[in-house]
Design a protein around this ligand. Sequence first.
Ligand code: C2E
Ligand code: CA
Ligand code: CA
Ligand code: CA
Length: 281
Amino acid sequence: AKNKAAVKVALFEPNLLNARRLHRVLAAELQDSIENNEMVLHYQPIVELATGKLLGVEALVRWQHPTRGLVMPDEFIDLAEEIGAMPNLAAWVLQTALARLRQWQQTLELDPRFTVRVNISATQLQRPYLLDDVQRLLLAEGINPSALVLELTEYSMVTGNEWDLYSFQGLRKLGVGLAIDDFGTGYSSISYLRTLPVDGVKLDRSLIGGPTDGGASRPFIAAILQLVKSCNLAATCEGVETLEQAAMLTELGCETGQGYYFGRPVPAADITSSWLESFQG
Ligand code: C2E
Ligand code: CA
Ligand code: CA
Ligand code: CA
């Protein structure tokens, strides 16, 4: 019945037909995007709130499309999942981020605690060979597992799949950092804090947005941070856009922050020693 309704709408909605055509075209283009070297990673700083020191970067993928310009991940990750391109893309992201990290380790003076954070999607986590991939890539690049943090959206944890926990435990044993991403959004479950073998939590930017633009109140954020702390997990807040937000989070004891206030995601070429110096507190 659902399909019938969709067809009916499509017949009377030319835009939807266009949208479907675009969807097909994009899907075909996406299949070839890695081979064509069209994927790029940008890196966004993550700083220690108390000192302003750079403690890491999050790798964020973009599609540098030959005619459509820079396409953001929200516009193609779901599509990549749908057409089965995600394993390839995910492996490319991991490999590229780790190769870059090795280069930085060799040429820049990084904080000893510096980590690269990579997003892991739901389907990736369900693959039994995620652990092998991560292990192999770390070894190939000669990277200490503790310099890699995988950010797992809570959505990816609700499947109840046995492999999920297997992957989690294996990755944890390997020494890779694991963090729950987008905490405080729709798919949240407080029970993950207790039941999953993770070491950190990333609070979603919708929480930090500030009371006037739909963010949570200070007491609410304080309570969440307390909860996270009581589970012995490290807290990072994303979406920090103002000095006031940074100050509040520092006061509330949040360890690290990420957001436009500290810096936007930048191409790898921008990450130089002078860029690094701007984070020396
Ligand atoms: P996310 O993991 O929650 O990443 C944070 C998003 O917030 C990024 O969007 C970032 O550019 C944006 N952001 C950072 N600071 C601020 C700020 O101060 N204000 C505002 N308004 N936004 C900020 P982006 O790069 O468009 O990525 C969107 C989502 O795509 C990510 O959300 C992540 O879930 C997904 N994604 C990105 N790269 C990858 C990847 O390599 N693999 C997978 N599976 N997912 C990815
Ligand atoms: Ca993330
Ligand atoms: Ca988020
Ligand atoms: Ca997200």
